[in-house]
Design a protein around this ligand. Structure first.
Ligand SMILES: [Mn+2]
Length: 231
């Protein structure tokens, strides 16, 4: 029996187009980053550019979070101005032909502190491990654990407050779910996100997210996950 949410070649092509639009929108967003720009202004640019590039729409309300706001995984953009030394988290996606993309990066604006760099490195390694664990016939909770264990071993287990990922397709969130309680098993041809994060209330947050085709193991996005610092 074919597993639910396995994508056809045509569906995958649409998802790759949605991810490519998001990649280009992210380039545009980076070009808009300057001292004093607000979270709302960057989120508005995402909406405008996504439509300009031919997508039907954004796939969910864009998250842009500066500094301590990064500690809220679902932060709603505000008029807060960007200052040097802040981390910036952007979570966004596009809809093309009815299919969604989902993408998150955290980058630095100017020099960030030692803790920011070290937390980033832990999430970076956790995300790589999570992607490597996304293989056919692997239990979703095992893929979650691959990422979660790295964060826990680094002492931030209590600060990883959500699951490692979810299926994506016509819906932005669809089965299977990658979390510690999931009873599901990954199947070749599913597309899931891998998006670990660390959230330190009142201080900072880091999340890195890519879509991955189960059985392929390569992120849809062309954007690297090493810490990017904008000057
Ligand atoms: Mn996601």
């Amino acid at each position: 029996m074919q597993n639910d949410h396995v994508k056809s070649a045509e569906e995958l092509a649409l998802m790759r187009r949605a991810a490519a639009v998001t990649d280009d929108v992210y380039d545009h967003l980076l070009s808009c980053v300057r001292e004093g720009v607000t979270e709302k202004e960057l989120a508005d640019e995402v909406l405008k550019k996504t439509r300009e590039l031919g997508a039907e729409d954004i796939s969910f309300d864009t998250i842009v979070a500066f500094g301590e706001s990064g500690a809220e995984p679902h932060h709603v953009p505000t008029d807060k101005p960007l200052e040097r030394g802040m981390l910036v988290t952007v979570d966004m996606g596009a809809v093309v032909g009815g299919f969604c993309s989902d993408f998150t990066r955290t980058f630095a604006f100017g020099d960030v502190g030692e803790e920011e760099r070290s937390v980033y490195d832990i999430v970076y390694r956790a995300q790589k491990a999570g992607i490597a664990a996304v293989r056919p016939e692997v239990m979703c909770r095992a893929a979650d654990a691959a990422a979660r264990d790295i964060i826990a071993e680094a002492g931030y287990g209590e600060s990883y407050i959500h699951g490692t990922g979810h299926g994506v397709g016509r819906e932005i969130h669809e089965p299977p779910t990658l979390n510690p309680k999931s009873e599901e098993t990954l199947a070749a041809g599913q597309v899931v996100t891998v998006e670990p994060g660390i959230y330190l209330a009142g201080r900072m947050g880091v999340r890195i997210e890519d879509m991955v085709l189960v059985g392929e193991g390569r992120p849809f996005s062309r954007h690297a996950t090493e810490l990017l610092t904008l000057r």
